[in-house]
Design a protein around this ligand. Structure first.
Ligand code: URA
Length: 277
């Protein structure tokens, strides 16, 4: 250890050998945080998220949820709203996100992770953020949780090559897989909202708490949100989209006893898709 304390390069190598290849703290410090949007400079009409409405409770286990749920404090960023709203195709949106420099996470990421699957699909899944595997390959859900996710899709007759479309609420990997900050979510949110408008799915599925809370603009946790249909609507959508929050596959890998609830919800999703034909 003596030579380590006198040789910084040796110390760094020692850390790398020990698997310490990122510097993260207990709480995230957003050093690239965009300055707060200047009020009233850009009008962002569709940036306002309409709080979710519950339509059809499916499970008595899922707890009680009312329309009076406190709204999420996340307010879509005005600058990215302006850019996202100008996109009229998915290709334009992808290019806009890849060229966007307003989210500090991009500086640490190898790839922008936009989406995978068939954009013509009638069902759109929205996860949280890319992990290390997704960052390496530039595609969502390709790591361990992606393998379980593919099995979940297959269990209800879906696959990303033909009839499912997948994205995340964040397009760049947060270092050390930490949870995205409110600022990072707020900056990406207008792109996600525009993405949903351009795909115009018959059914929307939020994977995990951060995705469900962001999309449904609620502070309620996933355990209470799942198992019920909610409605998602922005001004760019012609009608409310039925939305089901589902346990995140990474959570199911850690808590396999919860898979029965996910199975219950997957069957409800299958039924809703069949009904919406
Ligand atoms: N978890 C997510 O939420 N999204 C991914 O793309 C991968 C893991």
């Amino acid at each position: 250890m003596d030579s380590l304390s006198s040789d910084p390069a040796a110390l760094l190598r020692w850390y790398l050998d020990a698997g310490v290849d990122e510097t993260i703290g207990e709480t995230p410090i957003d050093r690239f945080k965009a300055p707060p949007p200047k009020a009233a400079k850009i009008e962002a009409p569709s940036a306002t998220i309409i709080p979710a409405r519950v339509t059809a409770p499916l499970s008595p286990l899922a707890g009680k949820l009312t329309a009076e749920a406190p709204p999420s404090p996340i307010v879509a960023d005005a600058n990215s709203t302006h850019i996202a709203q100008a996109c009229t195709t998915i290709a334009e949106l992808k290019a806009a996100i890849e060229g966007f420099e307003g989210c500090g996470l991009k500086q640490f990421a190898k790839h922008t992770v936009f989406a995978d699957g068939n954009p013509q699909a009638r069902i759109m899944f929205i996860g949280e953020a890319p992990g290390a595997d997704e960052d390496r390959q530039g595609l969502p859900f390709v790591g361990a949780s992606g393998k379980l996710f593919d099995k979940m899709l297959a269990s209800i007759g879906l696959d990303r090559a033909t009839n499912a479309y997948i994205t995340n609420i964040i397009f760049w990997r947060p270092p050390g897989n930490r949870e995205p900050t409110h600022e990072e979510i707020a900056v990406c949110l207008p792109f996600v909202q525009r993405h949903i408008e351009l795909v115009d799915p018959a059914v929307l599925v939020c994977l995990g708490g951060p995705s469900a809370k962001t999309i449904l603009a609620t502070a309620i946790g996933i355990t209470k949100l799942r198992g019920k249909w909610h409605e998602y609507q922005t001004p760019g959508l012609s009608r409310p989209v039925p939305t089901m929050p589902l346990f995140h596959p990474a959570f199911l890998l850690r808590s396999p006893q919860q898979k029965r609830f996910a199975w219950h919800d997957l069957l409800a999703i299958k039924k809703k898709l069949a009904e919406s034909l």
